[in-house]
Design a protein around this ligand. Structure first.
Ligand SMILES: Nc1ncnc2c1ncn2[C@@H]1O[C@H](COP(=O)(O)OP(=O)(O)OP(=O)(O)O)[C@@H](O)[C@H]1O
Ligand SMILES: [Mg+2]
Length: 363
């Protein structure tokens, strides 16, 4: 997927921005507080219907405006088709998602159109963040490669919500466990999909995790299903019923799945330097982009915010080259243009300069 045209209205300090991005590299330069991250955040908001900086949607609407809007013309290379995708958010809270001139049925419809990855200082890396970040990483991949995922997740979430409600309200054991069959059926399917995805991702991660490039020991990634090892989900669910009743929610299940990442057989988070953790993070995201490309033919949009503050020169250069080789559409922010030095001459590129929320195409 790639954005051919992008129109942003009233998103943070971007009052009205129209861009025609290049197919591959888009570099955005500008002083502090000019609006660089806001551009990436607007693209991410369009693709995921959530911000990567805040959980409070009202704070991304430009001060004094009543709504924000982001609209793009998107090209899908697998079918060689283009469509218009749009998101509008009112200060009152109303959200409208549009695909091809019609209201989208769900967020998933837009997310499916625009596979997007972000590497940014403000976004916790896989190792630093809690299990949420790693579940998001896992689910992103399963969502894009396994078409049954969303439906299965909806069934599971519904059973989980109902069971939790019964627990909170202190209902009888019978009314609580009435949800167990559904929970188990869909929960086991989710566990299998998530675990298989990680298994199929590992060979793609290997080249990007090559020891000589990063100076860390062999990396292992283990999938944890969200219930104790050596126990089936049904056993765990039955055994924790008293705990669940006491706490008012369901303790075990794939909603609590996680990934354990090790280097040299030890928890990576405890032994890798901050820089190495960032290399590991970008290597795993590269692996996802590559895996998606090979399994579905889809190209990703990748946002790199303030990347030179995140990675040293050599790693920035190799990350850019790897991403360009995978034919992603890149949006990169930086205080200056120096990263252009790392980009091969023949790459389709555009340079934008932003001042006080106003963009100018320089090349
Ligand atoms: N809701 C809003 N309405 C208007 N302006 C806002 C809003 N939220 C944030 N801003 C302002 O938008 C400006 C741009 O912020 P942004 O984070 O995009 O800057 P940046 O170019 O990425 O800067 P830096 O180089 O420091 O990362 C800032 O001055 C910020 O205070
Ligand atoms: Mg910024």
């Amino acid at each position: 997927m790639s954005l051919q045209k992008l129109v942003i209205d009233n998103f943070r300090n971007l009052e009205h921005v129209r861009l025609e991005p290049a197919l591959h590299l888009n570099l955005v330069t500008g002083a502090n507080a000019s609006g660089k991250t806001s551009l990436l955040e607007a693209i991410h908001y369009l693709a995921m219907a959530r911000s990567f900086r805040t959980n409070k949607p009202s704070s991304i609407i430009r001060y004094g405006a009543t709504s924000l809007q982001v609209v793009a013309t998107v090209h899908r290379e697998t079918t060689d088709t283009t469509t218009h995708i749009g998101i509008e958010r009112q200060r009152s809270g109303d959200l409208t998602l549009r695909v091809g001139g019609q209201d989208a049925r769900s967020r998933a419809e837009i997310i499916e159109w625009l596979p997007i990855q972000i590497i940014a200082a403000g976004v916790p890396a896989l190792l630093e963040g809690g299990p949420n970040e790693r579940r998001r990483f896992n689910d992103w991949g399963v969502f894009h490669v396994e078409h049954r995922f969303m439906e299965t997740w909806r069934h599971y979430r519904k059973a989980l919500q109902q069971r939790n409600r019964a627990l909170r309200e202190g209902l009888s054991e019978q009314l609580i466990t009435a949800w167990d069959d559904e929970l188990l059926r869909y929960g086991k399917q989710l566990i299998q999909m998530k675990s298989e995805y990680i298994q199929s991702l590992l060979p793609f991660a290997e080249p990007y995790l090559a020891t000589e490039a990063h100076d860390f020991g062999p990396i292992e990634i283990e999938f944890r299903p969200g219930h104790p090892r050596g126990q089936e989900l049904e056993e765990a669910l039955t055994q924790s019923l008293n705990w669940d009743r006491e706490h008012g929610y369901t303790h075990y299940g794939p909603h609590r799945s996680d990934l354990v990442i090790k280097s040299d057989s030890k928890p990576a988070v405890e032994i890798l330097s901050r820089g190495q953790q960032k290399h590991l993070n970008s290597a795993l995201k590269l692996a996802q982009v590559h895996h998606l490309r090979v399994t579905t033919g889809k190209h990703c949009i990748v946002l790199l915010d303030d990347i030179t503050a995140e990675l040293d020169q050599a790693h920035t250069a190799s990350l850019l080259q790897d991403l360009l080789q995978l034919q992603t559409q890149l949006f990169v922010t930086s205080l200056d243009e120096s990263i252009m030095d790392h980009v091969p001459r023949d790459v389709d590129r555009r340079l934008f300069h932003v001042e006080h929320g106003r963009f100018e195409a320089v090349i």
